[in-house]
Design a protein around this ligand. Structure first.
Ligand code: SF4
Ligand code: SF4
Ligand code: SF4
Length: 214
């Protein structure tokens, strides 16, 4: 477990140094799980390509661990990019929406989708789910056309907040779906007088087998 002086370094302090793209290239499901793995002494500090050398150095200063070169199996450090949807090819399938960890894509079913460039971290997680390959990465440039520099702490904090909001929304959607299924089940139970869904299915099968589906 990494320590600062006599104190163990906690995951909050480590997470504060990560870029918060949630890209999963470090081998974890997001920045926070990677921070927790470092805090637990289970992960090296050189696994994050979007953070690159600057993040490794910051983590080395925080944890007292050596600043190793970036693990090349996770990818290479590169200029920032953002996603761009070739809108004329978009079929509005919505598959990219849940894939985006910071909800940077807007669009409705069967309608063209668009990336909110200012909110895009360039994580690339929307690219694989698109069935028509209409999402591409382009250089992320400032207003003067110059490439944007590394993700700064204030941007990372903003991305962290958007990711937390994304998780909250996804959990709410899941809870709504579960509640809808339960409501349907209950209606079915009341309709049939049966106690369980299995019983409803068994009765329906028995009716079919007897040749009297009603
Ligand atoms: S930004 Fe770095 S720490 Fe965060 S998920 Fe991507 S590779 Fe992992
Ligand atoms: S739009 Fe795509 S590349 Fe940009 S943050 Fe969302 S998933 Fe990542
Ligand atoms: S996954 Fe591709 S085709 Fe589907 S809505 Fe997103 S951009 Fe459009």
């Amino acid at each position: 477990m990494p320590r600062r002086g006599t104190q163990p370094v906690n995951a909050d302090a480590i997470d504060a140094l990560l870029p918060q793209t949630q890209c999963t290239r470090c081998g974890y499901s997001g920045c926070r799980p990677y921070a927790e793995a470092i805090a637990a002494g289970e992960a090296a500090i050189n696994q994050c390509p979007p953070g690159g050398a600057a993040t490794i150095e910051a983590l080395a200063r925080l944890t007292g661990l050596p600043a190793l070169p970036l693990n090349p199996t996770n990818g290479v450090e590169q200029a920032r990019k953002v996603a761009f949807i070739l809108e004329e090819h978009c079929i509005g399938c919505t598959k990219c929406l849940p894939a985006c960890p910071v909800d940077a894509i807007i669009g409705a079913s069967k309608r063209m989708h668009t990336v909110i460039v200012a909110e895009c971290t360039g994580c690339e997680l929307c690219i694989a789910p698109c069935p028509v390959d209409c999402i591409v990465l382009v250089a992320d440039s400032a207003a003067d056309g110059a490439p944007r520099g590394p993700i700064e702490a204030s941007e990372a904090a903003h991305f962290r907040q958007r990711h937390a909001a994304h998780i909250t929304r996804a959990e709410r959607r899941r809870a709504d779906q579960v509640a809808k299924i339960e409501t349907r089940r209950e209606a079915l139970r009341q309709q049939s007088g049966a106690d369980t869904l299995a019983e409803v299915i068994a009765r329906a099968r028995a009716r079919r087998a007897s040749g009297n589906p009603l």
